[in-house]
Design a binder for this molecule. Structure first.
Ligand code: MG
Length: 254
C-alpha cells in the first residue's frame, strides 16, 4: 500500500463531504441527552445522511479479519468504551455519561471521518478535563501536521502534550482517508519526531487521539467490536479529517 495524493477534484468533493459530515455530527451530538438510547441516535444519523443523498461509511463495514460487519451507521462509545461501540435500544444515556460519537460519510464516492466526545447533561469536572485535554490533543496533532512534517512528528506532538497525564491508546491510530475509509499512512498518537512517512500537500488524513483516564491498555468486548479501557476508566476521542497543505493543515470536517 502507499499513500494517495488527492487530485483537485477529489479534494473538492471531500471538502464538500466534510462540511456535510460536520453538520450531521453536530446535530447528533445535540441529541445526546439523558434518556435517549444510542439506537435512536444511530437512526437519527442514518436518516440525516440519507436525506442528504449520501451513505454512512461504517454501516456494514467489515475490515480484514473482523468476525462480522459493523451493524450501524455511527460508533457510539460510552464512558469506559473507547471506540467502535454498537448502538442499541438497551443502551440509554444518563446524566453524567461521556459519549464518543464517531461517524464516517461517503459523499460522491469519497470518504470523510469525524468524531467528538460530548457530555450527557452535567458531568464531573474530572471528566470535562479529560474531554478538553483530548480535544486539545487533536488540535496539537493538527498543528503538527504541516506539509513536510512526518507521521512521527504528529504522534510525538500529541504524546508530548498529553505528557503521561492520561493513558494514550496505542493499538488504534489515525489514518489516511478519502478513496477508502482507512488508507495509508497510519498515524499513531505517539511517536518520534522526524520519523515515518512524510506528510505531503494533497494528502488527506484523519487524526484521532483517544485518551484514557487510567492506563493505555485496552480490551475488546464480547460483541467483538467495542473497544474498552482495560482498567474500566473513562476514555475520550476526537477526530478530524484534514488536508495537508504547504503550511498549516485545512480541517475538512468543520
Ligand atoms: Mg477514523
Amino acid at each position: 500500500m502507499s499513500v494517495i495524493i488527492k487530485t483537485k477534484e477529489q479534494i473538492e468533493i471531500i471538502r464538500e463531504g466534510g462540511k456535510i459530515l460536520a453538520k450531521v455530527l453536530e446535530k447528533v451530538a445535540k441529541k445526546a441527552k439523558p434518556g435517549i438510547s444510542t439506537f435512536e441516535l444511530d437512526k437519527y444519523a442514518f436518516d440525516l445522511i440519507k436525506e442528504g443523498g449520501d451513505t454512512p461509511a461504517f454501516l456494514n463495514y467489515r475490515p480484514v479479519g473482523a468476525p462480522k460487519a459493523f451493524p450501524a451507521s455511527i460508533c457510539i462509545s460510552v464512558n469506559n468504551e473507547i471506540v467502535h461501540g454498537i448502538p442499541s435500544k438497551a443502551r440509554v444515556l444518563k446524566e453524567g455519561d461521556i459519549v464518543s460519537l464517531d461517524l464516517g460519510l461517503k459523499h460522491k464516492g469519497l470518504f470523510t471521518d469525524h468524531a467528538v466526545t460530548v457530555p450527557v447533561g452535567k458531568i464531573s469536572k474530572r471528566d470535562q478535563e479529560l474531554l478538553d485535554k483530548t480535544k486539545k490533543a487533536l488540535e496539537v496533532g493538527i498543528w503538527a501536521a504541516q506539509g513536510g512534517a512526518t507521521v512521527g512528528d504528529v504522534g510525538h506532538a500529541i504524546e508530548s502534550f498529553v505528557n503521561r497525564k492520561y493513558g494514550i491508546v496505542r493499538e488504534l491510530s489515525g489514518h489516511g482517508v478519502g478513496v477508502k475509509i482507512h488508507e495509508d499512512p497510519y498515524i499513531p498518537n505517539y511517536g518520534k519526531a522526524g520519523k515515518g512517512q512524510k506528510l505531503l500537500p494533497g494528502m488527506i488524513i484523519a487524526i484521532e487521539p483517544m485518551l484514557n483516564m487510567g492506563s493505555d491498555y485496552i480490551t475488546t468486548a464480547d460483541d467483538n467490536w467495542t473497544i474498552k479501557t482495560a482498567d474500566g476508566s473513562r476514555s475520550a476521542h476526537f477526530e478530524h479529517t484534514i488536508l495537508i497543505t504547504e503550511g498549516e493543515a485545512e480541517i475538512l470536517t468543520k
